[in-house]
Design a binder for this molecule. Structure first.
Ligand code: PMP
Length: 405
């Protein structure tokens, strides 16, 4: 097969033609959010121009059209994840929202003797909701340790597992270091002690083909804005057998069957977890973004991104005092520091040269503490990034390092 050519898609992203500080923009903050192709933006606009109505309740034509488009999007997303049924696809506002939903509906399933397991690589959004659940229930939160190379200690994980483990919440790719986590191995080990597993796919969904049946995850969450779709939309995949006996969380319209002033009965999946008017346009745009990415070929896009990361790492390796974080095989993100230079200063200087990277703790303060730093410089890659941009990044970092040394 032909290697993927990012130049063939760049004109679908008008924002990439921007100038920043008088320089052409080099956008390498894709792990924070990716830019959206025009076809996705047009899908949002067309929805409002041609379809906009509230869903599931209307007898009129537009309401039925909006409902059909919304449910077709759910089907499309289920297909993308290879879910057994579209009823396992719950629309949320993003990764954070999905994790909070699961943490709340599990409250009644957790008691004071139980343990909740997370990993040292987790984003704050996959830490804090579990701390809150532990506080509500008296359960203990335990953490799978990270090794010096930014990978997780699988042996220590196995030692932490016990019949007390009720939930494992783990990322598929670290947003701070790009560490890929072999979540399938973690899931089967956790299932062997009777634990449920939630996978944070925020950083994997744009770079990996995800098959929820193959993974056998109970829950899997991600944000649309990380996969070329708008902000404010996300997905919670929940395996039917894991979700069907759990209570609702938010109350409101759509999640009910019958309401009286005294009590209510609740709707079936997935509607039980979708109180209120959802982000209808966002779900439709997310389905379109998945079409767009599938048409490009996710595996060849991922191979292209891999080449960019490896080239950037190889070209930066000879910078004096530069330390990479994470293992040599990384996905999406490349994280580093240069001895004696603050990550913020480096990031600010290369922004002056038009290169957008992220600096700081990347919402992973405990992980940064563990590796003895306050933060890193993170360059993160998407389908539209080019080898010329990698060269610009490398030159900018080298120039900034000289200026700051
Ligand atoms: N988990 C990971 C691994 C992430 O990278 C992010 C976004 N930086 C989140 C969770 C939170 O996503 P959101 O802010 O879209 O809810």
């Amino acid at each position: 097969t032909m290697p993927f050519d990012p130049h063939s898609i760049r004109d679908q992203f008008p924002i990439l033609a921007s100038e920043v500080n008088g320089q052409p923009l080099v956008y390498l903050d894709n792990a924070a959010t990716v830019q959206k192709p025009r076809v996705v933006l047009e899908t949002s606009l067309a929805y409002y121009e041609e379809t906009n109505a509230n869903i599931h309740r209307g007898t009129h034509h537009l309401s039925q059209k909006a409902t059909a488009a919304h449910e077709a999007a759910r089907d499309r997303i289920a297909h993308h994840l290879n879910a057994a049924s579209p009823d396992e696809i719950i629309f949320t506002s993003g990764t954070t929202d999905g994790i909070n939903l699961v943490a709340n509906i599990l409250t009644g399933s957790i008691s004071a003797e139980d343990e909740i397991l997370i990993s040292a690589l987790e984003h704050h959004s996959n830490i804090v909701p579990w701390q809150m659940l532990a506080q509500r229930t008296g359960a203990t939160l335990r953490v799978i340790p990270v090794l010096e190379d930014g990978t997780l200690d699988f042996g220590a994980f196995q030692d932490l597992l016990s019949p007390k483990t009720k939930l494992l919440a783990i990322t598929q790719v670290s947003n701070a270091f790009g560490t890929p986590v072999p979540v399938k191995d973690y899931i089967s080990a956790a299932h062997a002690v009777g634990s449920l597993v939630l996978v944070d796919a925020a950083q994997s969904v744009a770079h990996k083909v995800i098959d929820v049946q193959d993974l056998d995850a109970d829950f899997l969450v991600f944000s649309g804005h990380k996969i070329y779709a708008p902000t404010g939309i996300g997905i919670l995949y929940g395996k039917t057998s894991s979700l069907e006996n759990l209570p609702p969380w938010r109350g409101g319209g759509e999640m009910i069957k019958e309401v009286t002033y005294e009590s209510s009965t609740y709707n079936e999946l997935p509607f039980r977890y979708e109180a209120g008017t959802p982000n209808i346009e966002g779900g439709i745009a997310l389905a379109k973004a998945m079409d767009w990415l599938s048409d490009l070929g996710l595996p060849s896009v991922a191979a292209h991104e891999q080449l960019l990361i490896e080239t950037a790492a190889a070209s930066l390796a000879d910078v004096e005092g530069l330390r990479f974080y994470g293992p040599s095989h990384r996905q999406g993100s490349l994280s580093f520091n240069i001895a004696g230079i603050h990550h913020y200063d480096l990031g600010t200087l290369i922004d002056q040269m038009g290169v957008a990277v992220r600096t700081g703790h990347h919402c992973c303060q405990p992980l940064m503490n563990r590796l003895g730093t306050t933060g890193t410089v993170r360059a993160s890659f998407a389908a539209y990034n080019t080898m010329e941009e990698v060269e610009k990044l490398v030159n900018a970092v080298k120039k900034a390092a000289m200026m700051l040394a």
